[in-house]
Every structure is written in C-alpha cells, then in structure tokens.
Design a protein around this ligand. Sequence first.
Ligand SMILES: Cc1cc2nc3c(=O)[nH]c(=O)nc-3n(C[C@H](O)[C@H](O)[C@H](O)COP(=O)(O)O)c2cc1C
Length: 429
Amino acid sequence: MQNAENRGGADAAALRGSRILLVIAGGIAAYKCLDLIRRLRENGAHVRCILTRAGAEFVTPLSVETLAGQTVHTDTLALTAESEIAHIRLGQQADIVVVAPATADIMAKMAHGIADDLATSTLIAADKPTLLAPAMNTRMWQHPATARNRARLEADGVAVVGPNDGPLAEGESGPGRMAEVPEIVAAIADVLAARSGSLAGLRVLITSGPTYEPIDPVRFLGNRSSGKQGHAIAAACAEAGADVLLVSGPTAEAAPEGVETVRIETAEEMLAACEQGLPADVAICAAAVSDWRAAAPQDQKIKKPRRGEGQSDGAPTLELTENPDILATLSAPGPKRPRLVVGFAAETEDVEANAAAKLTAKGCDWILANRVAEGAVFGDDGNVIHLLTRAEGGGAPAVEQWPRMSKAEVAARLVQRIVEALSSDAETA
Ligand SMILES: Cc1cc2nc3c(=O)[nH]c(=O)nc-3n(C[C@H](O)[C@H](O)[C@H](O)COP(=O)(O)O)c2cc1C
C-alpha cells in the first residue's frame, strides 16, 4: 500500500526548487514544524518562516532559523521599512503558503480577512495557493465557529490537510491532531504539482453532480450529490493547464473559471454529452449517476385520486429501467478510450472490497472510493479517499489511503497522480 510515507520520489519532484512560506502559529504541535522544515529542505525546497507571537512561545526563533537556514520573520508590528513591505514580499516570493499548525485563532482571522499582525497580513496579501494543517483540541475543532471558518476557507480555495483523529496533548483523544509530517509534505507536493502547466496540452473530461430522472413534469428520481468534488477536480485540472470539459448534473456549484461546462439532467443526456466530448486523454467520472430511471415518464403530472373516486389505494406503481453505465461505456476498449479512466465509488460499507469489485466490473483504471455515512461525503466540504489502482496483469489493486482533506486538496492530489501516471506512461512508451 502506498501512503504519505513512501511517495518519496513523487514528492521530491514537486518540491525540488520550490519556495515555501511556512507560518507557524501558536499551538502545541508547533514543535513538529521543526521536523517539517527539515523534511522539506531534504526534498530540495527553500523554506522561509513566519512565527506568530504565540508561535514563538512554543518554538524558538533560533531553532526555526537554524533549521530553515534563513532569517525567521517574527510577528512584530514595529514599523520599520523592512516589516512594512515584508507582508507583501514574503507572499510574492513564495510558491505556496503553508500554515502549520493552523490554530483556531488564525483560521478565524483568515476566514474573516483580519490582518492584525505580520502572519495574517501576509496571508491576506498572498496570491499563492494556501494550505492549512489545523491542530487543536477536539472541542475547538468541533465548535460550530471553527467548522464555519473551515468551510469558508475551503470555499475560498484554501486547501486543508487533516486534522487526524488520535491522542491529543491534553490526554484526550479525538479529531484535532495535526496531520503527520509526511502527510503535510505530501499535501504540499500535491498543491505544487497542480500548479499551472502540468496538464498542459491534455484534454480532460469530467462528470459531476447528480442526475435527475423524470417521473413526470414535476417529479424526478435523484440523489444528494452536490457536485462539489467533481467541480473542484475540474477547477484543479484547468488550473493545471488542461483543456477541461465538465458535464454537470443539476447542482448549485458555479461553473469553474476556464472550464467548458455542459449542463444536463438525465443519465442519457450525460452519456451523450460525454460521447460528444471525446476524444479525451483522461476521463474522470465523479457524477453520481442514477442507476435507474422511470420506464415510462408521464407527460402530465400524475394526479393523486380525489376522495370518493372509488380507488382504495391511490399510490401509483413506478416501474424502473436501468440507465446506461457511463463509467463502463467510457472504459470499454476501443480507439476512443481515454488513456486514463477514473471512477468514484460512494460506499456505505466494505469500502475497499466494494471499490475493488467496481474497478473490475467497470474496466476503469482507478477508483477513488469514499465512505458515505450519516450524510457525510455528499455536500460535505471534506473527503477521505481510498485510491485503488488496477494492477497490471490482473492482480489485486494497489490501495492508497489519503488522510481526511478538503475536496480541493483531493482534487490537487488527483491532478498530481494523473501527471505522474501519464508521464511514466510516456517514459515507458
Ligand atoms: C499551552 C497552550 C496550548 C495551545 N494549543 C493550541 C492548539 O493546539 N491549537 C489552537 O488552536 N490553539 C492553541 N492554543 C491557543 C492559542 O495559542 C491562542 O489562540 C493564540 O492566540 C493563537 O495565536 P496565533 O493564532 O496568532 O498563533 C494554546 C494555548 C496554550 C496556552
């Protein structure tokens, strides 16, 4: 199983020569940042650091400076010419801004655009991708204010890695533990790899959202898919330079910038739009396509019989028929098959076993499986993914477990995997 620990080469490629601005805020997990700096530098990254005033209570500027090999910027509002421009310059000179640990406080300030010190002024002035590694007590993490702030930041395009579930400093256990250093390194590499240009020249077809299957002119069969994950993938692929066609079912998500978006309602319309969109180098089927549709949708609204019309049971019987299987159709061998076909599986139980069965049944190359439980996944801003990769020669698929991350971060990591897969294809061709 490949996990954040053993992705070595892929991370090194994305990190080599990159410029990382690390904001260390005032949480107990700040000590882990010393190891984070060391790992990033081992991978060839240049690391500059800002320590918040509270951060400097947890790790010393001297330790940070020694490991980073650069002057550390501490949070002072002393208005020297240097500090006055630092908040603009530090962001401009970075490829990515990472906040680790991201405290409840700094997340709240970021979500509300507060800029009352060097760290928060830099964060609001930075026009670079931003990644947060939250770390806090479970109750702080689960507080509605923190949940609102996280959702706001993710909606603003900020990537989030972790937090994990596990033992916390206060002797408690639960969600709030900062992602482990290898997981943060992997998340940084994903965001860097998804930067402009890595999918340039490639056409990517993406499906997103639910399908609505009419029963009559006012009723339909549908599902709870929000389209957030598929739309985030479309945005990440476009950001990485791909020519993207997004075929979307009904969703409240706006069409991502720079993406050709075709809106459809039914599975049959989705399949037709996908087939028209071919050829494509990559197809990513993130839509939750209804397996069935009404066999005979009615032209007029089906009426409830009025009392006294002599019928004992007014409930009509709905006959269903199977919808076309879009993932299996796109995966079928032939001249138009994309080089890489990726499906999603939303499972309520036995996630890996069911996803492995789906990989075989559909003939696609990868499945991103996630667990749908108690309303999680659909509409949620975060996702926990198991990536199953079809084994050459038909063996058991390789499984990679990703830590909990935002849907934007899932999209960034998927883009990195696609870039790696297509470039190793090209090397062996
Ligand atoms: C011993 C101690 C440990 C703390 N650990 C955390 C933590 O893990 N996460 C967090 O969000 N806040 C934590 N706090 C609270 C923050 O330090 C406090 O909110 C501070 O204002 C954060 O400032 P900053 O976000 O500018 O770094 C801790 C406070 C103390 C005294």
